[in-house]
Design a binder for this molecule. Structure first.
Ligand code: FAD
Length: 390
């Protein structure tokens, strides 16, 4: 039977980053990433909107994103000349009507105390800074002046994975369909082909498939796929200023941002509106009925637009609290989680990979303490809510 000291299931941004930072931090043992779809075409990472922000409600989520930002600012130093993820530092703008003001102010205090460069703008300030916006009903906005924007998810994942392979990690094409436990340890994984691979430690980096993977080890993890749509818009009337807009989030939850010469937009449904099917079919009515009216009301230039493309992505959704699960299982100590990011795992992938590598090599977190993300809260049904889930 083949053996690897670390088996990482899933080669998206989290699995790739974990392999990369294990090797970068000097782990001398063998590391394998097992990935069932080496095109990564249906991975959460490839279908992400690529946003990076510090506008979170907990210091730990801010720290994870700042880690990603620092990597993105130092790509050539990290991966060599020409390394690029197309970072567009145009900011995030989270808007609030009366109801959301208190939370926005509270989050802003936490963000700036933890290193974010964000400012609050009242309705007048919003209109002056973003003249394309209709500010009716708005009371406040929080704008990231630097350090926020978006990037190409596939490029980031590929740099990390190639970086890991260059440092000695192995990528195995295959689907993990069984996990063998002896006593309180993972002994091996079985692939759909029947082949078994023994391991010292298993890292669950299976994205939206994380709950299903954990179940193979008899572990309950409330992480599964949630269907989300992203629409690509052509807007011939868009001014130069609109093309310089930040990733803007309306109080209704509708978000948009520039994408090349076009724009992309989306809206996460409320629990009762979740699409029942977990397929890859785009619902164009969702755009026509739920997004367009609100979008055009907030940005009148979007009254004349055409949907020229659209895609479906499956969020890696943590049904307990929409927050990450990071660390070892309290009983099966060699089963580690890097899961449940619920729409913000691209920017957090590098920080999560670094944290898991620290945990595995040193037996504890070094750069930041992420104990709060541990599986213990899942087992106890004790949510750690992240308020800014987009
Ligand atoms: C529409 C959309 C928009 C998003 N926007 C943003 C954003 O703006 N900013 C942000 O930070 N995040 C965003 N996200 C979330 C982000 O993309 C994810 O949180 C992140 O990519 C998760 O990375 P991952 O490596 O855990 O999962 P994935 O990228 O899904 O990788 C997991 C891999 O595991 C493999 N796998 C699963 N089960 C098995 C198995 N049994 N055996 C072998 N392989 C297996 C899968 O094939 C997959 O390739 C968005 C997500 C979606 C869907």
């Amino acid at each position: 039977m083949q053996h690897f000291d670390i088996v990482i299931v899933g080669g998206g941004v989290v699995g790739s980053a974990t392999a990369y930072y294990l090797k970068k931090q000097g782990f001398r043992g063998s590391v394998a990433i097992i990935e069932r779809d080496t095109t990564y075409g249906y991975s959460c990472t490839a279908r992400s909107a690529g946003g990076l922000r510090q506008q979170f409600s907990t210091p730990e989520n801010i720290a994870l994103s700042l880690f990603g930002l620092s990597l993105i600012r130092n790509l050539e130093k990290e991966f060599g000349a020409g390394a690029d993820v197309g970072f567009r530092e145009q900011g995030y703008l989270i808007l609030a009507s009366g109801e959301g003001v208190r939370v926005l102010e509270q989050n802003h205090r936490i963000q700036t105390a933890n290193g974010a460069d964000n400012i609050l703008l009242d309705a007048k300030g919003l209109k002056e800074t973003f003249p394309w916006m209709e500010t009716d009903g708005l009371v406040l906005g929080c704008f990231g002046r630097s350090g926020e924007g978006w990037l190409d998810p596939y490029s980031l994942m590929t740099l990390l994975r190639k970086g890991a392979v260059a440092l000695g990690a192995t990528v195995i094409a295959g689907e993990v369909s069984g996990i063998s436990i002896a006593g309180e340890r993972v002994e091996s994984v079985t692939l759909a082909t029947g082949e078994s691979i023994s391991c010292g430690i298993l890292v669950n980096a299976a994205g939206a498939g994380a709950g299903a993977l954990a179940r193979l080890a008899g572990i309950e993890l409330p992480v599964g796929p949630r269907k989300r749509y992203v629409y690509v818009l052509d807007c011939p009337a868009a001014t130069e200023e609109l093309h310089k807009a930040p990733l803007s989030v309306d109080p209704s939850g509708i978000w948009f941002r520039p994408e090349g010469s076009h724009f992309i937009t989306g809206l996460s449904p409320e629990e009762h509106d979740e699409p029942p099917d977990l397929d890859w079919e785009v619902d164009y009515n969702w755009f026509e009925e739920r997004i367009w009216p609100g979008l055009a009301q907030r940005v009148p230039q979007f009254e004349a637009i055409k949907v020229i493309n659209a895609w479906v992505g499956h969020y890696d959704y943590n049904a307990l609290d929409q927050n990450a699960v990071i660390g070892a299982h309290p009983r099966i100590r060699n089963f580690c989680f890097g899961n449940g990011f619920s729409g913000h795992g691209l920017q957090q992938g590098p920080g999560v990979g670094n944290a898991l590598a620290e945990l595995i090599i040193h037996g504890g977190f070094k750069t930041n303490d992420f104990t709060c993300f541990g599986y213990e809260r899942i087992a106890e049904g004790r949510p750690l809510f992240e308020q800014n889930v987009i």
